[in-house]
Write a protein that binds this ligand. Structure first.
Ligand code: SF4
Length: 105
């Protein structure tokens, strides 16, 4: 997985679309932090869920069954997706490359 992530980052360097690079990097880091948890990002994810996402109308059940993610460390994120940006919440909440504007409010 680490090798795949490294190769993925190398291929991103060849991209020129800044938004695409940032979005892809955000997803990649969210997936990495989900698969290989660290204390800081787990704590951030809990805080973001408790203070914002759990009350947000964009927190929806992922409509595509194959894309649903089971989250054993934060069960309330299981099968949840952000209806605003379309990101899997288990990934989105564990990265800080592309933060939700609501988290800052
Ligand atoms: S990431 Fe932002 S918009 Fe999406 S569910 Fe959480 S608070 Fe709502």
């Amino acid at each position: 997985m680490k090798e795949q992530f490294k190769r993925f980052c190398e291929s991103l360097k060849k991209q020129e679309d800044i938004n695409l690079i940032r979005d892809t990097k955000a997803v990649a880091i969210g997936v990495k932090n989900f698969k290989f948890p660290n204390e800081k990002d787990e704590k951030l994810a809990w805080e973001r869920l408790e203070t914002h996402c759990s009350f947000c109308n964009f927190n929806i059940l992922e409509p595509i069954e194959e894309l649903r993610v089971t989250d054993t460390r934060i069960p309330d994120l299981t099968n949840r997706t952000c209806g605003d940006c379309g990101c899997v919440l288990s990934y989105k909440l564990r990265q800080s490359v592309k933060k939700c504007s609501k988290w800052e409010q």
